[in-house]
Design a protein around this ligand. Structure first.
Ligand code: UDX
Ligand code: UDX
Length: 456
């Protein structure tokens, strides 16, 4: 088997950054180079260790050990491609905005650009690995590009989806439940699969490295995300019944999860799932079903996303019911901006939707989150609201939870950061004004304070 010396990853984001860091940690004899079209991002990966573009527990420590030794961040994309035996593609695949598939399908333009660029400059054989989540049959599109644009080089395409979850990325990468590698059944396809499996086997046991055909691998990633998100929408739908009936969703969740056939994971009720993957991937699955004429199947999965939107509206509606339709002159404090704890990522975070809904009714919003900033908040509001110019001035970031609740009629907990549990909630209620209404969308205050806390 060929000895691999150099690996490049295109896309130094939430997937590319942590994955290549752990690869570098576990494979000291291979050089890993991360490249990205965003030069500032690369500069920041090369800059101050306390100011990396991504916050992820444990990441900084690995970068300290490996950066400049066998992990490199570079703006020289062409040289990185030319010198590599394996190229991971970990660029983003957002939902299509216009034209066929708008609102559902995954936009593959960045992946296609990468393939075209690699085809243009590659001078030796390469293994190309789809790390980004892609629709089924993407590898076929890439194969067509490579054979049309550069027939003198052999490109072997593999699908190796990443299952890491943000906030626990390093632990997930060091100790994955499984590594999935899909490849062509041809001899050179299987050889490429073995090369990648051999690299993972430096730290992952053989039984956890599973190999499949390309299409199973591509679909398994979409299916895993859809199944996980489906559990959250299921538990959130039950939280709505609990709210009406007096049953307690935490008790129900525990009772269900203790059945070993069901299991306790992904049964935490919330203000709805966020993050860059779940909604995008389910919509992509829905689109895939529709293209195959499977309308009932499409509708089944679409309901998971609809349920999630309902849960986010239910949270803001609870606040509106308590404080009235007109929120002018009311201050509402949101604890949590990121889509889950232990990350600075706020893509698709429920906080954005709740904030916009309340801002549109005249509320003033204070946000406290240990990992966000006013720049991130404003850019999220701009991205998700066409009315942003009228509401942007009414939202503030206050980097102290006790100061953030001054004059506030309502505190909403949207992210389950551990530090929120240990806050002095009696003191918070004292600082707030009039109604003093706390709504816990993450059910983390249970057993701490009974009075004046509302659950979703
Ligand atoms: C994720 C996953 O890779 C993917 O599975 C999922 O489908 C969507 O996004 P993530 O790492 O979370 O990617 O995205 P992001 O943090 O935005 O990183 C993507 C990076 O690729 C960005 O830094 C972007 O600048 C870079 N990029 C994008 C390129 O270098 N070239 C491009 O052509 C496009
Ligand atoms: C997810 C998948 O878990 C991961 O395997 C895939 O590679 C990318 O997408 P991520 O989005 O980073 O990872 O985080 P995850 O932990 O799955 O949480 C997604 C959202 O669901 C968050 O908003 C989280 O708060 C929410 N969630 C999770 C719940 O509301 N309840 C739960 O019980 C679990």
């Amino acid at each position: 088997m060929k000895t691999i010396k150099n690996i490049t990853c295109i896309g130094a984001g939430y997937v590319g950054g942590p994955s290549m860091s752990v690869f570098a940690e576990k494979c000291p004899n291979i050089n890993f180079t991360l490249v990205d079209k965003n030069e500032e991002k690369i500069n920041s990966w090369n800059g101050n260790i306390d100011n990396l573009p991504i916050y992820e527990p444990g990441l900084k420590e690995i970068i300290k050990k490996t950066r400049g030794k066998n992990l490199f961040f570079s703006n020289d994309i062409d040289n990185a491609i030319i010198n590599s035996d394996i190229i991971f593609i970990a660029v983003n695949t957002p939902t299509i905005k216009e034209g066929p598939g708008a609102g559902f399908g995954a936009d593959l333009k960045y992946i296609i650009n990468c393939a075209e660029h690699i085809a243009k400059i590659a001078k030796s054989d390469k293994i190309i690995v789809e790390k980004s989540t892609v629709p089924i049959k993407t590898a076929e599109k890439l194969e067509q590009i490579f054979s049309k644009k550069n027939s003198s080089v052999n490109f072997e395409i593999l699908s190796n989806p990443e299952f890491l979850a943000e906030g626990t990325a390093i632990e997930d990468l060091r100790n994955p439940d499984r590594v999935l590698i899909g490849g062509n059944k041809s001899a050179s396809g299987q050889n490429a699969v073995n090369i990648l499996a051999d690299i993972y086997s430096k730290w992952v046991s053989k039984e956890k490295i599973i190999t499949t055909n390309l299409w199973s691998s591509e679909l398994s990633k979409l299916a895993s995300n859809a199944m996980l998100a489906q559990r959250i929408s299921s538990i959130n739908s039950l939280s709505a019944i609990c709210d009406k009936s007096g049953a307690d969703i935490k008790e129900v969740s525990k009772a269900i999860g203790l059945d070993h056939r069901i299991g306790k994971y992904f049964l935490n009720p919330s203000v709805g799932f966020g993050g860059s993957c779940f909604q995008k991937d389910i919509l992509n699955l829905v689109y895939l079903c529709k293209t195959y004429g499977l309308d009932e199947v499409a509708e089944y999965w679409h309901q998971v996303v609809k349920m999630n939107n309902y849960q986010k509206s239910r949270f803001s509606n609870k606040i509106i019911q308590k404080l009235g339709q007109d929120l002018n002159n009311k201050i509402i404090t949101l604890f949590g901006w990121s889509f889950k704890k232990d990350t600075n990522d706020s893509r698709e975070s429920a906080s954005i939707f709740v904030a916009i809904n309340l801002l549109n009714r005249g509320a003033k919003i204070n946000v406290y989150d240990p990992q966000t900033s006013i720049e991130i908040i404003q850019s999220d509001i701009k991205e998700y609201s066409s009315n942003y110019s009228n509401i942007l001035d009414s939202i503030k970031y206050i980097n102290d939870p006790y100061k953030a609740v001054i004059g506030s009629s309502c505190v909403g907990i949207l992210t389950e950061w551990d530090e929120f549990i240990s806050l002095n909630w009696k003191e918070i209620k004292r600082i707030m004004i009039d109604e003093k209404f706390i709504i816990d969308g993450r059910y983390i205050l249970k057993n701490i304070e009974e009075e004046k806390i509302t659950y979703l």
